[in-house]
Design a binder for this molecule. Structure first.
Ligand SMILES: NC(=O)c1ccc[n+]([C@@H]2O[C@H](COP(=O)([O-])OP(=O)(O)OC[C@H]3O[C@@H](n4cnc5c(N)ncnc54)[C@H](O)[C@@H]3O)[C@@H](O)[C@H]2O)c1
Length: 354
């Protein structure tokens, strides 16, 4: 007998820190056919912020997994604990969405993928940019053949990572010590594969510059890499862009995107007012449309809706939800780029040529 499609999917959340509070819980509230049943966080002070008494709080997520009747778990702890929490939830027979970056190493990614396969459960990674309307439009234009075979994707994603001071400065520093500016730039690495139909990373090159910050990974990185599908990718990612001064740019983030096919291009433009536009210049079709983007909780809501649908219909994940393998691919490129940037040394400290 077919499963009841009206079934409400009961989620547990592990990790009710900044992202959990600002994005994941509001998204759970807005999602259709999804109910947040329980939340686990090590900090009782975070659990005290829950304003819905019907949601049970736990300081030990293993107790939550044992006591609650759940269908799925959303993991929004810091990256260092993703693997442990994801694996425990899968072993408890639950579907899982984990925050990006998926883990601290591809070994951990493989462990999580294997646990999902063993449990026969879905494992999704929150590469939520796949739900931004403008990026979905790009994928549709490419899939429709408007620019032919993709040969190159060039992306700039420069921002201040919340600046270096204040409580968010501490959070930024943690990100710089765990993944560098690729904690955020990893969304863009994933997008290149989402746009161009997947592929495996090869020939990764990278340089970084630290701007005098004492953090492990570069707050500013330049990556050049290839996908085995024949796509050349460059990504300039930054947490250093205006991070050390109070002033911000009008648009906060300096965003650039150009996709080159053998029969046309797609480019993201910003006008003097800071409004973004997407231009397609193809052999048969040329048009410019407003680039529509959304905040974290809006796109996570869309992701949750689709994830819940896949659980109810007992199907695999749609293309918009990054799988464990997509998470592993992004991790591989990010880790290798960070490793090479460290190996190559701080370009800001190079002795000028005489
Ligand atoms: N998708 C996005 O664009 C996006 C944006 C921001 C953050 N994130 C990701 O979200 C994750 C969390 O980031 P954050 O800034 O909210 O971090 P945070 O430190 O503010 O929150 C993490 C929370 O997890 C809790 N925690 C840690 N270990 C735990 C455990 N074993 N059991 C239960 N709770 C535990 C901590 O007490 C904390 O409240 C990171 O992976 C980060 O990269 C994603």
């Amino acid at each position: 007998m077919a499963r009841k499609t009206s079934r409400v999917i009961r989620f547990g959340l592990i990790g009710y820190g900044k992202h959990g509070q600002w994005a994941v819980v509001p998204a759970m509230r807005a999602a259709v056919g999804v109910r947040l049943a329980a939340v686990a966080d090590l900090m009782p002070s975070n659990l005290a912020l829950l304003d819905d008494k019907s949601i049970t709080g736990y300081t030990d997520y293993r107790q939550m997994l044992k006591r609650e009747e759940l269908d799925a778990v959303y993991v929004a702890t810091r990256v260092e604990t993703h693997c442990e929490a994801v694996t425990a939830a899968l072993q408890a027979g639950l579907h899982v969405i984990t925050e990006k970056p998926m883990a601290t190493s591809i070994r951990e990614c493989r462990q999580m993928i294997a646990a999902a396969q063993k449990a026969g459960k879905l494992l999704g990674v929150d590469f939520e940019s796949r739900y931004i309307t403008g990026f979905q439009q790009i994928r549709k234009w490419i899939a429709a053949g408007h620019i032919g075979h993709i040969r190159a994707i060039h992306i700039d994603n420069l921002w201040d990572g919340h600046k270096i001071w204040g409580p968010l400065g501490k959070r930024r520093r943690r990100f710089c010590d765990s993944s560098g500016c690729l904690d955020c730039g990893i969304h863009k690495l994933d997008l290149t594969r989402y746009f161009s139909g997947g592929g495996t990373w090869r020939d990764i090159k990278a340089f970084g510059t630290w701007f005098g910050e004492h953090v492990k990974y570069p707050p500013h990185i330049a990556i050049m890499a290839c996908l085995d599908t024949g796509v050349l990718v460059t990504l300039n990612a930054s947490f250093a862009f205006t991070a050390y001064i109070k002033r911000r740019l009008q648009g906060v983030i300096y965003d650039g995107l150009a996709i080159l096919g053998d029969r046309g291009v797609i480019v993201l433009h910003k006008d003097p007012k800071g409004e973004k536009h997407l231009e397609l210049a193809g052999e048969k079709l040329a048009k410019t449309i407003p680039f529509t983007e959304h905040g974290h909780s809006t796109v996570i809501t869309l992701l949750l809706n689709d994830f819940a649908k896949s659980i109810r219909a007992n199907t695999s994940l749609p293309a918009e939800i990054a799988t464990g393998y997509d998470g592993l691919m992004a991790q591989y490129c990010a880790d290798e780029a960070n490793r090479l940037a460290i190996k190559n040394g701080d370009t800001g400290l190079l002795t000028p040529a005489k």
